[in-house]
Structures are given as structure tokens and as C-alpha cells.
Design a protein around this ligand. Structure first.
Ligand code: ADP
Ligand code: MG
Length: 220
């Protein structure tokens, strides 16, 4: 299977008042198309930092990231923004839905920015996520779980090469979290994306193809 996302020897250190904090000390990983990988690790172990690097939201101090054969670490901010729009879908705990846009508009927002609107695919996503009856509502008129499903749909609407999720079910009860993970696994497989999800839950991690554990700045 072709490797969609390849990270090699990533390092990241934050300057803090107490001196430099080495968060990532040489992280390497690969995720293939249609593969689902769980990323676990204690709080503060650098999971979100790693996801930000892989999602082109921040640059590593050293090391390389290749997405669909393209090296990301040398891109400038404009180049990173273009890759984010075209190739990466993210679901964070803060959903960042746009309050002034309807559910349908939120779903299509990133795909439109990327010039990749696909009405059939978006309709399929909405149906799978159970959002058909809510398309003209605004985010504030939805429950937390419903808003989460909109954020998932938005992340996948432009058929990104990779979907990155940072504890997307962290605020949900177990049963809802299971349902949301089912939906995500189903949609990412259908879209052909590589899927990397940070989770605290061994139960959810067990349902993914593979698990990577981050400890003391390295994958163990
Ligand atoms: P996790 O997601 O595994 O809980 P994070 O990647 O959020 O871990 O954070 C890893 C460590 O880096 C933590 O100690 C955190 O406080 C620190 N950290 C994260 N972001 C910054 C930042 N922008 N500046 C300084 N320290 C940070
Ligand atoms: Mg985190």
C-alpha cells in the first residue's frame, strides 16, 4: 500500500520561562491510505504538537514530513496553507464551526476554499452523518454531538489525503463516542484518506488498525 503520510525524525522544542522544553525528540511514523492509526500518550506527551506538525499548522525544528510524496517541511506559510486546504482534514475538540453559516454551508466551506466542491459527495456525507434534516440550521441550533458530526463532515468534504483528529470524542459519552468513531472510520475509508486520531481511550484505540504510543518525545 502506498504510504500517504511519512514523518521522519521530527523534533520540536518550545521555549518556556524555565528554559527549552523538548517535546518531540525524533518522531517517525507512516500512515497509509485507508489505514486508521490511533495516537496515544499521557497528557503533555506531545500528541497535539505532533498533530499540528503533521497538519501543517506548525513547522518542526528538524526532520521531514512527506504527504503524497511532497516534502512539507520546507514550505513557507503560504505553501503550508495551500497544503492544509487541499490535502488535510482536521477535527479538533474545539470545532470552530462558523456560527453565521448553516450546517450545509459549514460542511462545504473547506471544500469550496479548496475549489473541490462535490455536491454528490457532500450529500452522501450529510446522509451518513444523519444531518439531512438539519442542513439549514445554524450550529447554535444543534447539540454538541450534532456539531461534532458537522465538523467531521467538513473535514472529509474536500476528500483530503489525510484526516487528523485530536481527541474528537473527548467531550462525548462512551456510546456517542463509539458511534462517532464508527462514522469517522466509515467515511475515511470511503474517501480513501489516511486517518490518524489522538485518543485517551484504549477501547477506541483498539478499534483502529494500529496504535502508536508517544512517550518521552518518541514513538514507542
Ligand atoms: P498532549 O497533546 O499530548 O497533551 P501537547 O502537545 O499539547 O501534549 O503539549 C506537550 C508539552 O508542550 C506540554 O508540556 C505543553 O505544556 C507544552 N506546550 C504545548 N504547546 C506549547 C507552546 N506553544 N509553548 C510552550 N509550551 C507548549
Ligand atoms: Mg493534546
Amino acid at each position: 500500500m502506498p504510504r500517504v503520510l511519512i514523518a521522519h525524525d521530527l523534533t520540536k522544542t518550545y521555549p518556556t520561562a524555565d528554559g527549552p522544553l523538548e517535546v518531540l525528540r525524533g518522531v517517525s511514523l507512516q500512515v497509509a491510505a485507508r489505514e486508521s492509526v490511533a495516537l496515544t500518550g499521557e497528557s503533555g506527551s506531545g500528541k497535539s504538537t505532533l498533530l499540528h506538525l503533521l497538519g501543517c499548522l506548525d513547522a518542526p525544528d528538524s526532520g521531514s514530513i512527506t504527504l503524497e510524496g511532497r516534502a512539507l517541511q520546507d514550505l513557507d506559510e503560504a505553501g503550508r496553507a495551500a497544503v492544509r486546504r487541499q490535502s488535510i482534514g482536521v477535527v479538533f475538540q474545539q470545532l470552530n464551526l462558523i456560527p453565521s453559516l448553516t450546517v450545509a454551508q459549514n460542511l462545504g466551506f473547506q471544500a469550496r476554499l479548496a475549489g473541490r466542491e462535490d455536491a454528490d459527495w457532500q450529500a452522501r456525507i450529510a446522509t451518513r452523518l444523519g444531518l439531512d434534516s438539519m442542513l439549514s440550521r445554524y450550529p447554535e441550533q444543534l447539540s454538541g454531538g450534532q456539531q461534532q458530526r458537522v465538523a467531521i463532515g467538513r473535514a472529509i468534504a474536500n476528500r483530503p489525503a489525510v484526516v487528523l483528529a485530536d481527541e474528537p470524542t473527548g467531550n462525548l459519552d462512551e456510546a456517542t463516542a463509539d458511534t462517532v468513531l464508527d462514522l469517522m472510520l466509515d467515511l475515511v475509508r470511503d474517501s480513501g484518506a489516511a486517518f490518524l486520531m489522538v485518543t485517551h481511550s484504549p477501547r477506541l484505540a483498539d478499534r483502529m488498525d494500529r496504535r502508536l504510543h508517544l512517550k518521552q518525545g518518541r514513538i514507542v
